[in-house]
Write a protein that binds this ligand. Sequence first.
Ligand code: GLA
Length: 373
Amino acid sequence: MRVVEAFRESFGAEPHGVWHAPGRVNLIGEHTDYNGGFVLPFAVPWGVTAAVSPRQDGLVRLRSLQAAGPAVTVEDLRQAEGWTRYVVGVVWALREAGHPVRGADIVIDGDVPRGAGLSSSAALEVAVGLALDELYGLGLSRMEIALAAQKAENDFVGMPCGIMDQAASALGEEGKALFLDCRTLGTRAIPFDLAAHGLRLLIINTGVHHELADGQYARRRQDCESAAARLGVDTLRDVTDLAGALALLSGDERRRVQHVVTENHRVEAVVGLLRAGAVSEIGALLNASHLSLRDQFEVSCPELDVAVEAAIRGRARGARMTGGGFGGSAIALVADDRVEAVRDSVLLAYAERGWAPPEVYPATPAAGARRLT
Ligand code: GLA
């Protein structure tokens, strides 16, 4: 394994173990996690592999095969920079929670497609979290590892994300989507066997990442929190009377609530259809989710809209943006015999606008984080 060779080369010893954690796509339930709502992501076959050994002196030495240069040594965690913050943040979060985590030597390798918005950062955090849990005998549950990873991202990196990406990476199962209630943190594995239904789920990687993404994410969160406060509920999950709520709101807050409340219902409907074996019927709900994200939550962008519209023109069963928005990937649910037509339709739409061709490839639900050796 490449990561093991690099570990030997950097640190002159064998790693104690090698761990892998996947990225994710979200089937449906977007911008609902930090509103205490429902999400339905699954782990993808790409992710991050980490070769790790513990160190007793508290130092963290790190190298990534995706970053040039030799291993860097981090003595004061707060001094970490760039991608190393996602790793060091996990050490920090575990120590903050009182766990006896000292140092580590870590080499990282990753194969999550670049710019795809498939949560390579969550994969990195969870791979490291799982490694430290096992090396230091912490006895954490998968959800506790996901929560430590989220804390690293929220309070160390400074990205106010919800729990979806880390939970999908830590708890995903092959062939299944993960239904997660983000208030109770209860989960349920939902069979999502595309092949048995003659279907594929295509990822359309727009390759773009609009600069506003991070600031807009925090603003959407604030809109949701201020709307919840105005409505006198803890989170928008608790809004049961949508019409009544909308009558009390206006402007951005009104649109955000419209999206979040209806999106939660769409997740429940998709779970019901999947459990009934009506997989291709979820397409209409994917389409509705996209329109709601575009018009009510306002987190789409021209590249995502064009991908979704072109996929539908190519007769996808349904399509939507996935993840935080403002770039990254769209997904399309497509019958086996329409895959080429959908791909061609998307490539043509991009070519007509003079945009670089997006990558289009199928994804199936893969296993969550695990120890490899
Ligand atoms: C990003 C965040 C997630 C979630 C999605 C939107 O991926 O990391 O927590 O909020 O956006 O659904």
